[in-house]
Design a protein around this ligand. Structure first.
Ligand code: NAP
Length: 334
């Protein structure tokens, strides 16, 4: 059985394919034949050594595959069931705490760029009806985060307005969930071509964040007094503008740190005089993922897959992700 592992100190040249013995499920576990994974910025950081992992760690937090065996006591799944992973294998339901979130697939425990692995029968969900493995593998990190930001933490209602930033995987799912729920969507991007694609997907107004440094004010005006919800992906590089863009009493989910935005400035009076709800979120629980799958089954949303690579092309896929050319998700299938 083949797996890709990260050899220290990380970096594209240190992602190597190894042969391992096929595992056998213990009591309470399932054995899954994985068929696809998808790239998230978190996986990219693990791959390039930006998030240190033990030597030999199998990266990639997203996986979709078929159950091919079950351990003693497992009644929930049977051979042939199609499943997908969770980002936090221990977070089943309720609010997050340390025991629920200390394990992260593809970082603190092995991830899913492997032909087979055993995991707890509690640490997967079904995939949406009619989805391929590649489509399902786009969901556990990016889509679940957008879902939680808008629907769980934001409590999005039909008629609300939403700002998505950039055209990466998480943001495009934010756009799709917002549209499906009847919201007006605003977006930022860095290219004319991507702006056109966003408009084709029903985005009302798009602002180029490279040409308009004060894009937050521009979005505020375009939305007629700010948007109800912002999915912030840049952290220090975007949060100041996200706070400008949101309406009084609106909500901002702090999700990412793109463009080197690990630290940054916030104009605090803007935060409190605008009565903003600012929440940090890291993906979500299994219950949130299950509700998202139910919503996808009803709405029929199809993930936007920009490009697909093979099992032994992880380094190439990361290089493509780093080029920033993609719109939506990048997947690997085997
Ligand atoms: N907290 C969580 O649970 C969670 C979960 C998923 C993702 N994230 C975070 O969300 C962010 C996006 O993740 P992803 O996996 O969707 O990444 P991705 O697919 O690699 O998205 C990258 C895209 O972000 C856009 N971008 C880069 N700098 C930007 C900026 N300053 N302002 C606006 N857009 C910018 C670019 O879009 P354009 O080409 O259109 O300019 C780029 O193509 C990352 O920081 C990631 O860590 C967090």
């Amino acid at each position: 059985m083949k797996s890709v592992v990260v050899k220290q100190p990380g970096g594209f040249e240190n992602l190597v394919v190894i042969e391992k013995e096929a595992p056998t499920p213990k009591a309470g576990e399932i054995l899954v034949q994985w068929h696809a994974t998808s790239l998230n910025y978190h996986d990219f950081l693990v791959g390039v050594g930006g998030i240190p992992v033990p030597d030999g760690r199998i990266p990639m937090s997203d996986g979709a595959g078929e159950v091919i065996g079950v351990g003693e006591g497992v009644t929930k799944w049977k051979a042939g069931d199609k499943v997908m992973s969770l980002f936090f294998p221990n977070w089943i339901e309720g609010r997050p705490d340390l025991p629920k979130t200390m394990f992260v697939n593809g970082e603190t425990v092995d991830g899913f760029i492997t032909e087979q692995s055993c995991l707890s029968a509690e640490a997967v969900t079904t995939i949406p009806n009619g989805y391929s493995y590649a489509q399902a593998a786009t969901l556990p990190c990016a889509a679940a985060t957008a879902w939680r930001g808008l629907m769980v933490e934001g409590g999005l209602q039909a008629g609300d307005s939403v700002l998505i930033e950039g055209t990466g995987g998480m943001s495009i799912f934010g756009l799709q969930f917002a549209k499906a729920a009847g919201a007006r969507v605003f977006a930022t991007t860095s290219s004319e071509e991507k702006a056109k694609r966003l408009k084709d997907m029903g985005v009302k107004s798009v602002v180029n964040y490279k040409e308009d440094e004060r894009w937050g004010k521009t979005i505020f005006k375009l939305a007629g007094g700010g948007v109800d919800h912002v999915l912030d992906v840049g952290g220090g590089s975007t949060m100041k503008q996200s706070i400008e863009a949101v309406k009084i009493g609106g909500h901002v989910s702090s999700i990412g740190i793109l463009s080197g935005g690990r630290k940054g400035e916030i104009t605090f009076p803007k935060l409190f005089f605008k009565h903003i709800r600012l929440i940090g979120i890291a993906v979500g629980s299994r219950v949130m993922q299950e509700k998202m799958v139910a919503a996808i089954n009803t709405s029929g949303i199809q993930p936007i897959i920009d490009k697909s690579f093979g099992f032994d092309q992880l380094g190439e896929a990361f290089k493509y992700q780093a080029s920033g050319q993609h719109f939506g998700k990048i997947v690997l299938e085997w």
